[in-house]
Design a protein around this ligand. Structure first.
Ligand SMILES: *[C@@H]1O[C@H](CO)[C@@H](O)[C@H](O)[C@H]1NC(C)=O
Ligand SMILES: *[C@@H]1O[C@H](CO)[C@@H](O)[C@H](O)[C@H]1NC(C)=O
Length: 459
């Protein structure tokens, strides 16, 4: 080794020491400072996820499902289900292809539902010790209901809320719930539609449908709310927006400040795609304005920016970016976080428009194997340990810029602390719970850890 190199390394070490004075960190947990209740964590039963799963042998399929849902896995409690096709399908289709069929007499599920998604959901539910909350989201109505005559491209429902097309669209959502119920698959919630603002762009390459907050408010009030009620689905939670955080708080203001629409709504759905640009203080602001409405992240994936590599096997940076976003959201009153496709193939598909991205599980069908990515393990720190019904409680550290952390009171009263260290340094850690004492540990560089301890009454 040449001397120049040794000197450079020494110089680096010297800088490191100079920028990390006394490196120990103390995190104090305050179980009496209570924030939001946790709804859960999960991923999406997209067509692509289901097609990839069923491209494996039945033993390998079981292993993949167990990795997400069983107690030997990361115990997901949420599943988002696209209603008919989206870009993560192998084709464009809806459940009502007969023009002017306003009563939806010809409504029928597709083979993707019957042969793939429904069996996948049934198997996942059977191996899960927690109920799986299903959240349906539609990307678009059939073309004949829309101003642009197609599922893809910019366009909205024809006419106005309260009119034929809006009513038929609400009926379609109710019929979707009923068709899945016939297979004993019942939904916890429906969003008002995936990324409604994509429908503004005439050149949008895949299924989308425009709503602005005013149209969405009137659709909920005049069509979706009353029709779901009348058809016996009043317990299905309606989640508005289902789009990027920059629409807040305005979107919530328009919908929730309407005295009628607000009665049908339960929460606000968020997508993570602009989180690196838009400050999370908007979430806190929205919560304080509308404290009775939950917020939940309904979609996220890595590799979505045009210049990014799509699938990167073994990327710990991508794992960190998941847990960083989860911690940021949950620090600002978000109650749950749902990932996008549960499984993609080696190129990040299939996707009929080539919009490939990454996934926590990548399937290599040729070899009959799948790869659990760092994103899977990062998500698992939340989904496995922070059971639905947990309450986020206060945690503060004397060095907040070094590590990210979140504390929870679990449903059984025990405590959990998740600590994310995205720095290159290892820190001694002291966790202080005034009711119990100190727990002394170490946070390795570039790590995520979850600490669990019993409440004093259970010691
Ligand atoms: C959250 O919003 C409330 C109400 O506007 C404000 O008082 C509080 O300081 C905010 N908290 C943070 C962490 O920004
Ligand atoms: C299933 O895997 C094979 C490779 O073994 C691939 O060619 C095919 O496209 C896959 N099918 C789907 C639906 O992804």
């Amino acid at each position: 080794m040449d001397t120049g190199r040794v000197l450079t390394i020494l110089a680096f070490v010297a800088v490191v020491c100079a920028t990390v004075p006394d490196t120990s960190i103390t995190i104090t947990v305050d179980r009496n400072e209570e924030y939001q209740t946790i709804l859960g964590f999960g991923g999406s039963f997209s067509d692509s996820a289901a097609l990839n799963l069923y491209n494996l042998s039945s033993d390998t399929q079981d292993k993949l499902l167990r990795a997400y849902f069983s107690s030997d896995g990361i115990e997901y409690s949420f599943g988002r289900v696209p209603i008919a096709s989206c870009d993560f399908s192998t084709r464009e289709y809806s459940y009502a292809e007969t023009p002017d069929d306003f009563n939806l007499d010809d409504f029928q599920l597709a083979f993707e539902d019957i042969d793939y998604k429904i069996p996948m959901i049934q198997r996942a539910s059977a191996m899960s010790s927690r109920p799986i909350k299903l959240l349906g989201s539609a990307w678009s109505a059939p073309g004949w209901m829309k101003t642009n005559g197609a599922m893809k491209g910019g366009g909205a429902l024809r006419g106005l809320p309260g009119g034929y097309y809006y009513k038929t669209w609400a009926l379609y959502l109710a019929k979707f719930l009923e068709a899945y119920s016939a297979y004993d698959v019942d939904f916890w919630g429906l969003t008002t539609g995936n990324e409604p603002t994509a429908g503004l762009f005439p050149g949008w390459d895949w299924q989308c449908m425009f709503f602005n907050p005013e149209l969405q408010r009137d659709f909920i009030k005049l069509d979706m709310g009353p029709i779901l009620h009348d058809r016996g689905h009043k317990d299905v939670e309606i989640v508005i927006m289902d789009d990027q955080r920059f629409h807040l708080p305005h979107w919530a203001e328009v919908v929730i400040e309407d005295p009628v629409a607000s009665q049908f709504v339960s929460g606000i759905g968020l997508h993570w795609y602009t989180d690196f640009l838009i400050d999370a203080s908007r979430l806190n602001e929205t919560h304080h304005a509308y404290p009775d409405y939950f917020m939940i992240n309904t979609e996220a994936c890595e590799g979505y920016l045009p210049w990014q590599e799509k699938v990167i096997l073994g990327s710990w940076e991508r794992g960190e970016s998941y847990s960083h976003d989860i911690i940021e959201d949950l620090s600002n009153w978000v109650g749950g976080w749902i990932d996008w496709n549960m499984a993609l193939d080696m190129i990040g598909g299939p996707n009929w428009v080539g919009n490939f991205v990454d996934s926590p599980i990548i399937v290599n069908a040729e070899e009959d194997v799948f790869y659990k990515q760092p994103m899977y393990y990062h998500l698992g720190h939340f989904s496995k340990f922070i059971a639905p019904g947990s309450v986020r409680v206060g945690s503060s550290s004397d060095r907040d810029r070094l590590v990210e952390h979140l504390a929870f009171k679990l449903p059984d009263g025990d405590m959990a602390l998740v600590v994310l260290n995205r720095k290159e340094f290892t820190f001694p850690l002291h966790i202080y719970d005034p009711d119990v004492g100190y727990l002394n540990a170490e946070v390795p560089s570039r790590s995520i850890q979850t600490y669990l301890w019993k409440s004093p009454s259970r010691l």
